[in-house]
Each structure stands twice: as C-alpha cells, then as structure tokens.
Design a protein around this ligand. Structure first.
Ligand code: SAM
Length: 217
C-alpha cells in the first residue's frame, strides 16, 4: 500500500503550529505520541488527562487520520478551550519518526493494539523491534515511559522479549503501573481496547522506563 509520504529532513524543518494553532509556538512540539492511533480514542483522552502535554496521534491510513483530525476539530469547537493540545498526523512511524521528533523530547510513547503480523516472515513489520526501540529511546527523555498493550498473547511475549533485551529500557514496577492513570486509559479507551472488552478477551500490557545514560549497564 501507498505510504509515499513527504517528511522533513530533520525535526527543525517541521512547523507544528498548524497542528496546534491555539498553543503558544514554544509548546507546539509533541511531548506525547500515540503510535498507530487508529480512530483516536486514546489521543483525545490523553489530551484532557495530560493538559500540559502536547499529544500527537500518528496514523498511516489517510482516511483514518482525516477522521481523527475532524474528530479533534469538532471537539475543539464544542468544548471551547479543550483539545487544543491534541492533533493527528499521517505518517509511517517505522520509517520517519526521527525525522519529526527531536532527541530527548518525548515524555510518553503509546503503542496500543498494534497489528500482530502473525506469520514469521512478517515479524519484521512489527512496530516493536530492537532497531525501532532504539529510535523510541532516542526520542524519549531519560526516565520517560513507553506503554505497550495488545490482546495477542504471543505478541505481548514478543514485546517483553525485545524490550527486556534492550539496554535502554527497564520495566516499571507493578505499583507504578497501577497508580498511573495513563495505564487505565490505554486499557479502556482505545477503540481496539473496547472491541477486545466486548469480546471478553484478555489484554496484556507493560510499561517501560527509558533509562538515563548513567543507568545503562
Ligand atoms: N491504537 C488504536 C487502538 O488501540 O484502537 C488502533 C489499533 S489498530 C489495530 C493499529 C493501527 O496502527 C492501525 O490504525 C494502522 O493503520 C496503524 N499503523 C500500522 N502501521 C503503522 C505505521 N507504520 N505508522 C503509523 N501507523 C501505523
């Protein structure tokens, strides 16, 4: 499928202002991203849950991205003053994330119910891999968090195996996860999460902390 998208050579060449026209330009670069945001349920929830964050949903499908853009425009219209810190951009994060994001710029990355790519020959298309984790670590601030959730047990095991093995990440404690409202949000408000809920299937998740350089073994 066609992902022939244009993208900036480097983050400084990209202007976020059109995505967040009501934010001061000093805070219009994203600090929280929702990779493969789908219909944007989590992106809009995070916008109110984290009012000081600049939230960006990233979605590769043009029509779905346009749906989320209109959803946010309509929310901004009906609830004046809210949702000005939410936006959706079309992009292929597997190829272009570091063209858009400055190093050490993100507080949180969410990867919710990513496509499982079941067949072994398609595992290289998975959005969690050693190389992509290195890009996520590069964009995240030290101690910032990576959230992973799926309903596919084998994919969850893949997520744990790859991220546990990556020197830049460590698991968050169960207590810290339990007390994090973003964990509840990622379990409950994504469209895919709601679908899984209705079907009665399990949801498997983990949160990782991006280690500061001095903690890397
Ligand atoms: N996170 C949403 C949720 O939980 O409801 C959507 C989950 S859906 C199964 C996975 C989404 O990731 C799809 O909307 C798909 O188009 C998007 N996606 C897949 N590969 C992507 C990529 N390389 N860059 C951005 N989005 C991608």
């Amino acid at each position: 499928f066609n992902d022939n998208l244009t993208y900036p050579t480097k983050p400084d060449d990209f202007d976020w202002q059109p995505y967040y026209p009501e934010l001061p330009s000093s805070s219009s670069a994203p600090t929280v991203i929702d990779i493969g945001c789908g219909f944007g349920g989590l992106t809009v929830e995070l916008s109110t849950l984290l009012p000081d964050a600049t939230v960006l949903g990233l979605e590769i499908r043009a029509k779905v991205c346009e749906y989320v853009r209109l959803r946010i425009m309509s929310l901004r219209e009906t609830e004046k003053g809210n949702y000005k810190n939410a936006a959706c951009m079309r992009s292929n994060t597997m190829k272009n994330l570091v063209n858009y994001m400055h190093p050490n710029s993100l507080n949180k990355i969410f990867i919710c119910f990513p496509d499982p790519h079941f067949k072994a020959k398609n595992h290289r298309r998975r959005i969690v891999s050693y190389d992509l984790l290195t890009e996520y670590a590069y964009c995240l601030k030290p101690n910032a968090l990576l959230y992973l959730i799926t309903d596919v047990k084998a994919l969850h095991e893949w997520h744990l195996e790859k991220t546990d093995a990556h020197e830049m990440f460590a698991r968050l404690s169960d207590d810290a996860m339990e007390n994090d409202p973003c964990v509840k949000a990622m379990i409950n408000v994504t469209e895919e999460g709601k679908k899984v809920e209705r079907s009665g299937s399990n949801k498997y998740f983990m949160v990782y902390r991006r280690l500061p350089e001095e903690e890397v073994a």
